[in-house]
Structure formats: structure tokens, C-alpha cells
Design a protein around this ligand. Sequence first.
Ligand code: 4NP
Length: 170
Amino acid sequence: MSATSSQEATPKPTRVLFVCLGNICRSPAAEGVFLHLLAQQGLEHAFEVDSAGTGDWHVGRPADARMRSAATRRGIALPSRARQITADDLGRFDHLLTMDRQNLKAVRSLAGPGAAAQITPLTRYCRRYGTEEVPDPYYGGEEGFDRVLDLLEDACGGLLETLKAERAGD
Ligand code: 4NP
């Protein structure tokens, strides 16, 4: 067969990385929420999803037990183990979604000028809530974890609709 096959190539998956500070609360929850939406829509094949933290304190740990409990109550599993973001992630992922201003600044400085990946605050995709950050729930009460999930379900729904449209336009 020649190099220019008439068969259509399988479209590349869209690579999405969620980023917070510790990678044990917000970004693993965003990863779990997004994976849950993909499973509901039969779209797992079209995306690669991961999460990372800008800090390294919790590397190797599962998501915070309070975050996992709140997610489980909504039927959402959080399977990831914490890892720290690396400069390579800027080349590997198409979209990096940050939770707050501090993460956004850290990821932008890791990327440097001219990075191809799109770095965007996740709340930009919210359709119901008008907030600029997903607040850090680590030092607060149980209700903070539910608030995080409310925001993430809203934002991840909007993000998925946008990325589906982007893929359809490719
Ligand atoms: P995350 O939350 O960034 O949503 O994972 C935090 C987890 C741990 C810490 C801070 C925020 N910490 O200071 O250890």
C-alpha cells in the first residue's frame, strides 16, 4: 500500500490535562467528572485525560478521602494518583485547564512564550456559575468539596461541548 492510503486515518485523541496545586482535590475531581461525562456519551476513545499538581507534596497519593466521598455520592470515581506537572506536559497535552489564578500563573511560567498547548482557567467553560476560580477546599469543611463538584460538573460539561465542536471542525 502506498504512503497515501485512501483509508481515512483515525482522528487523534484530544489530550486534556487538569491542573491544581496539590493534585489531590480539585484536578483529580475534574479528571473524574470529565471521564464520567465521556463514559456517559461513549466518547472515551476520543480523549486522553489526566491531572497534575504544580506542587509535589502529595505525589503518589490517591485523591483526598473527603473529595472521593463527595464524588462517590454523585456516582463519580476518582482513580488518579497525584503527580507533579512537568515541562513535557506542555508538549503532550492540547489543553491545560487550571483551577485558580495561582495555578494559571505557575503553568504559564512553566510553558514560556510560544507554547502550543492552550492554557485556560477551567471556569471559563462554566455555563451556570459566574466565578473565575475553583476554590481550594483543602482547609475548609465538607461543603467546600460539594461546591467544587458543582463548579466542575458545570465547567466540564461546557468544556466537553466546546472540545466536541473543535473535533468536529478538524
Ligand atoms: P488541590 O488542594 O490543589 O485542589 O489538590 C490542595 C491540596 C493540598 C494542599 C493544598 C491544596 N496542601 O497545602 O497540602
